[in-house]
Each structure stands twice: as C-alpha cells, then as structure tokens.
Design a protein around this ligand. Structure first.
Ligand code: HEC
Ligand code: HEC
Length: 376
C-alpha cells in the first residue's frame, strides 16, 4: 500500500513539473558566464551570434548603460531608449521617429525586441548585423546627430568610468566597434515570448478565446498571413512590396536602395508581429494607427503598384488549370482575370483576426530597466 502511494506520488510530481515548466517558461539560453531565461516559444538554438562577440554578463551590463545613456547624442537629450522605449515595447508611439532638435525622421521606429536570431537590420536591411546597425543612429544627423565616429569615441572615452569599464570588458580602449558590440549584446537580451499564442501552441487549449482561435485559423488560412509572417518570430525576415507608400508624391524605394534590383522597388522587411498590440502606429511610414486599419488594408489586397508582391495578388485557379493556361494569349488573359486582389473577409473574420494579433503580446522585456546610475 505504501509503495503504491509512493509510486503514485512519484508520478504525479513528475507530470506536474514537466507540465508546469512547459507552460511557465521556455528554455534557458546558456552563455559563458551568463544565462538568459527565455519566455515560452523562444529557443536557445535560434540565437545567431557573431563569433567575435560572445555574450558575457559584464558586456550585457555595459551595453545596457550605453543603450540608455543620453550622452551618445550631440546635445545629451536622446538615448537609443528615447526612440526604442521600454514603455512601448522598445518602439515609440509616433508615426515617424523624432531625433534631436525635434527633427522628424523618414520612417517608423520598429521595436527592438527579439533581434537575437536576426542578422539584417532596418526596414530595408541595409545593416548586415546588429553590431553594424548600432553605429548608425549615433551619427545620423536626424537621430542622435554626433558629428562623426571619432567624436563619439572621444566623448565616451573622456568619461573615466566608461574607460575603465571598456578595459574590463574588452581588455582595450573605447572604440566605435566596442561600443556597437556591447550595445548589440545587450539588445539580444530584449526578448518577447510567452504570449497567449505561445501557450496555445504549447498545448494549453484554453489559452486562446474562441474568437482568437478563429483569428489564428484565418491568419494561417484564408488570410495567407503566414506566407510572410511565419515562424517563432512571425516573420520570414524577407523583403516584400505590399504597396505601402504608393499613394505619396515621393516614393520610399525601400530595399531597392540596397540591392538595386527592380523587384525590390518598394519592398520592406516583414516585421515581427510579436507585441503588435503595443507598437502602434504601423508600417514603415506609420500610416495606420489601429490593427483594424491594417486588416482592412490587407482585406483590400494591399495597394496596387507595378511591383506588388505576387503573394498579395493570387489567382484562384488551381495549379493544373494554370499550367494548362500557359503558352497562349487567352490563357494568360484568363489567369490575369482570375486574380483575386482581396481576402474577402467578413466583418466577424476581420475582428477575430485583430483579436488574434492582440494575443501576440507577450513577456520577457518588461523587466529591463535603465541602470540605477551611469558611469562618471
Ligand atoms: C530618433 C529615434 C531613434 C534613435 C535615437 C534610435 N533609433 Fe533605432 N531605429 C529608429 C528608426 C526610425 C528605425 C528604422 C529606420 C530604417 O529602417 O530606416 C530604427 C531601427 C533600429 C533597429 C532595426 C530593427 C529592425 O527590425 O530591423 C535596431 C536594432 C535599432 N534601431 C536599435 C537602435 C540602437 C541600438 C540605438 C542607439 C544606438 C537606436 N536604435 C537609436 C529610430 C531610432
Ligand atoms: C507578402 C508578404 C506579406 C503578407 C502576405 C502579409 N504581410 Fe504583413 N507585412 C509585410 C511587410 C513587408 C510589412 C511592412 C510593410 C511596410 O511597412 O512597407 C508588413 C506589416 C504588417 C504589420 C505592421 C507591423 C508593424 O510593426 O508596423 C501588420 C500588423 C501585419 N503586417 C499583419 C499582417 C496580417 C494580419 C496579414 C494577413 C492578413 C499579413 N500581414 C500578410 C508582409 C506581409
């Protein structure tokens, strides 16, 4: 009898812990002298780290100080966090960013969450790594507006506390590379997971409401959203033209400026949809202030233009019907006529889709605060 009781106790405790851990948290990413608890839905294997810039505890701390330090800007008013604000899930709440002296930028500030698994940065991917990206805003005249990299290095190196800290972390001087490396390492700790959707995917059927579940089905079915917004971070990290900006007098050519390839005219990087309920306004020009407007836009088939992504304008012919239509004029005309430019969602389907998008708000980044004090 006692043995039976013990056996029972043993099994209940095992199943309770496995189940409990699976729901409460994700994996732990383990680095040299530092480990990061990942929220549910994120995986240690997805970290892509440059070999010359390992994650260490002290480097993360240095990077955090730099990320929140207004002294990286010309007039000591604006830090990275001034635009990538923890209050707005590391984005801001403006259509386009605002730099020193109240200058408007050209584009909307994307959230800095979940960059740990990515390489190319910016809406057009012009920075090849997170390290390369971190240098750009500091000397961008419309952002932090430091005159040049030498001036940045001198300003930071003139602060004895930073000089000592860089020596400790890098065994060397303050340099632009070291500044960027520390910031990038810190950024890789800004994570978002454990959303209602992650819990649903981990097996908790009740984590999504019926409307949110319907929305998820539309997201991966009739809405075709996963053609571009797939994977753990809800993005393929590729560039697509969905038609944003073609109603303006001056077109932002997006990815074309980097590749000079015709098919990249007006293409922008698919953004993550994690925290999307917290990072309005939306799109590279910040034109939509609600998710309802975003869904209406897709429901109309985006905005037509000569380079619209084929995913936005599909034919409803079967593959066989299409293959039979090739090779003659009438056939091609038939394919063109049978292109459906919208999604044909009902009002109810649209609101379910919006409810699902809001279920992508998660956890992980909320605990990140500015340091108590900055080096002097
Ligand atoms: C004036 C506001 C502003 C400041 C200050 C600023 N950023 Fe940004 N950040 C932006 C905007 C706007 C973009 C998008 C620009 C583009 O794609 O052309 C961006 C893009 C990024 C991206 C790319 C995200 C992605 O999904 O591709 C990262 C990472 C980033 N910033 C980190 C930083 C860091 C680190 C700093 C400080 C060194 C910083 N930012 C300072 C506004 C700002
Ligand atoms: C062809 C690829 C593609 C498809 C399909 C697609 N998206 Fe997007 N999505 C993008 C790109 C690219 C952007 C950024 C466009 C820009 O700003 O120019 C974007 C932006 C967004 C944004 C704004 C994100 C932000 O941070 O500003 C939301 C929300 C969104 N998409 C939701 C959806 C939903 C919901 C669907 C399905 C109905 C969908 N997308 C289908 C590629 C796609």
């Amino acid at each position: 009898m006692l043995t039976l009781l013990l056996v029972l106790l043993f099994f209940t405790s095992i199943s309770a812990t496995t189940f409990g851990e699976g729901l409460a948290g994700g994996e732990t990413a383990i680095f040299k002298d530092f480990s990061l608890e990942l929220p549910l839905g994120l995986f240690a294997d997805d970290f892509t780290l440059p070999e010359d810039n390992p994650m260490t505890k002290e480097k993360v701390e240095l990077g955090r100080a730099l990320f929140f330090d207004v002294r990286l800007s010309i007039d000591n008013t604006l830090s990275c966090a001034g635009c990538h604000n923890p209050e707005f899930a590391f984005a801001d709440n403006r259509p386009v960013s605002v730099g020193v002296n109240g200058q408007n930028g050209d584009r909307n500030t994307p959230s800095a969450i979940n960059r740990f698994g990515t390489t190319e940065q910016f809406w057009d991917g012009r920075a090849a790594t997170l390290e390369a990206q971190a240098k750009a805003p500091i000397t961008n005249p419309a952002e932090m507006a430091m005159p040049n990299e030498e001036a940045v290095v001198k300003k930071i190196a003139d602060i004895p506390g930073y000089r000592q800290w860089f020596k400790k972390v890098f065994g060397g001087e303050v340099s632009m590379d070291h500044i960027a490396m520390a910031i990038a390492v810190f950024e890789r700790t800004i994570v978002s997971g454990d959303s209602k959707w992650d819990r649903y995917m981990a097996g908790d059927e009740a984590a999504l409401t019926p409307a949110e579940k319907d929305g998820f089905e539309i997201f991966r079915g009739k809405g075709r959203c996963t053609q571009c917004h797939g994977g753990y971070n809800l993005t393929n990290e590729k560039y697509h033209n969905i038609g944003i900006g073609w109603d303006k007098s001056r077109l932002d050519v997006g990815r074309y400026a980097v590749t000079k390839k015709m098919e990249d005219i007006g293409a922008f990087k698919t953004p993550t949809l994690r925290e999307i309920g917290r990072t309005e306004p939306y799109m590279h020009d910040g034109r939509f202030s609600t998710l309802e407007e975003v869904v209406d836009f897709y429901n109309q088939g985006g905005m037509d233009n000569p380079f619209l992504d084929p995913e936005m304008k599909r034919t409803d012919l079967s593959l066989e019907e299409m293959l039979n239509s090739f090779g003659n004029k009438e056939g091609i005309e038939r394919i063109r006529k049978r292109q459906i430019t919208g999604l044909n969602l009902t009002e109810e389907e649209k609101s379910s889709l919006v409810a699902f998008l809001k279920a992508l708000n998660g956890k992980g980044w909320q605990g990140i605060r500015p340091p108590d004090s900055f080096p002097e």
